[in-house]
Design a protein around this ligand. Structure first.
Ligand SMILES: [Mg+2]
Length: 375
């Protein structure tokens, strides 16, 4: 029986020059942090995960060391307890699945169900550019073969956000599906702005529907179940959400109250691969779409690709992409190879065990840091 011997957590910061002016941060980001979690067994295997910073997690390491790494449901239940008492510990769940894959010589997409090893990516942009700049992004994304592009709202004037949708639609016609992230579900730590109310959300939804937007993401606060349910009755555009919702009972409410068409929990931030593989099935059984948020580094993206392709599949999955400021080289800097879709936007997962990733140890060494912050 293999036994977990050690869990190692390291922080890294990649300097960003030019900086990344993330749409959701008033300060251009000059560093891209990554926290790498490695879990080792006594037979020489190692699993890797990434996601939240895992500050304070050392207090809980003893709950895993000495246990069989293949007891994945047990570990997921312990992590759910830790999640309640402390911060999001899900990078370890990802690392344990990667480790189990090494032990069993199986890729994670097979271990979670082997539904498929392929999934199509949509380009998820992250910058508020000028009207012309946004149109250029859309054209580049289409030329690169992506079937869809997600843009971000949140400019000071809503009219400017809506003008971007119209300008892109005018330029690309129906050659590209468009999604809009309204980012009303949660706030960054410094932001005290109130989320939209139902009336505002309905008004924006009607305008997006007129532009044939594929889905409207997070138009209301994450806990406004009544608002979501009313919104869905009032408009025809699919509503997406749940990217940082934490608890299984919250997703149950969202399902029972028919709040969403598209569920977006990210296994690096909520419930881990172990928890989301069952939620994904429930979501699809209810006639909804499961397609995670993946914004983070390539390990986080890869984990969600395995989870989604292997369980239920999706029309497409988020692929953070807004070059040059948000390139695949920056996003995937902990890895030796960047993740790239083919000329039609498909990503194919290999038969390599676990997540099939290879860390760039030299780059991780040179970016080692005491903290996982953006400055
Ligand atoms: Mg989002």
């Amino acid at each position: 029986m293999p036994t977990i011997t050690r869990i190692e957590i390291t922080h890294h910061q990649l300097p960003l020059e030019p900086p990344f002016p993330a749409a959701w941060d008033p300060n251009p980001r000059r560093k891209f942090p990554a926290t790498i979690v490695r879990v080792y067994d006594d037979e020489g295997h190692m699993g890797v995960g990434s996601g939240d910073a895992m500050y304070g997690f050392h207090d809980y390491v003893h709950l895993f060391v000495g246990h069989n790494p293949l007891d994945l449901e047990r570990h997921n239940a312990i992590l759910a307890n830790i999640e309640f008492h402390a911060a999001r510990p899900w990078p370890l769940d990802i690392a344990l699945w990667d480790l189990a894959g090494q032990i069993l010589h199986q890729p994670v997409w097979r271990m979670v169900g082997a539904h498929s090893n392929r999934i199509r990516a949509y380009a998820s942009s992250g910058i508020h550019r000028s009207l012309r700049g946004m149109v250029e992004v859309a054209q580049q994304v289409m030329e690169r073969g992506f079937p869809a592009l997600k843009i971000r709202f949140g400019r000071p004037r809503l009219g400017d956000d809506l003008a971007v949708v119209s300008a892109i639609r005018d330029a690309v016609g129906e050659g590209l599906e468009l999604m809009v992230d309204c980012n009303q579900g949660w706030r960054m730590p410094w932001d005290t702005l109130q989320p939209w109310d139902l009336k505002q959300a309905v008004s924006v939804a009607q305008q997006l529907q007129a532009e044939k937007v594929y889905w409207m993401e997070e138009p209301l606060h994450r806990g406004d179940y009544r608002g979501y349910s009313e919104l869905r009755k009032s408009v025809d555009i699919p509503i997406a959400g749940g990217e940082m919702t934490r608890e299984p009972y919250e997703f149950r409410e969202l399902l029972e109250r028919d709040c969403l068409d598209v569920f977006q929990p990210d296994c690096a931030l909520s419930m881990g691969i172990g928890g989301l593989r069952t939620l994904a099935v429930r979501v699809v059984e209810a006639g909804k779409v499961f397609t995670p948020h993946t914004w983070g580094n390539g390990i986080q993206l890869l984990a969600n690709l395995h989870l989604t392709a292997g369980t239920v599949g999706a029309p497409f999955i988020e692929f953070p992409y807004d070059p040059p400021e948000w390139s695949t080289a920056r996003r995937d800097y902990p890895l030796r190879n960047t993740l790239e879709p083919d000329a039609q936007g498909w990503i194919t997962l290999s038969e390599a065990p676990g997540l099939g990733l290879e860390l760039d140890e030299a780059r991780l060494e040179s970016t080692t840091s005491k903290q996982a912050t953006f400055a």
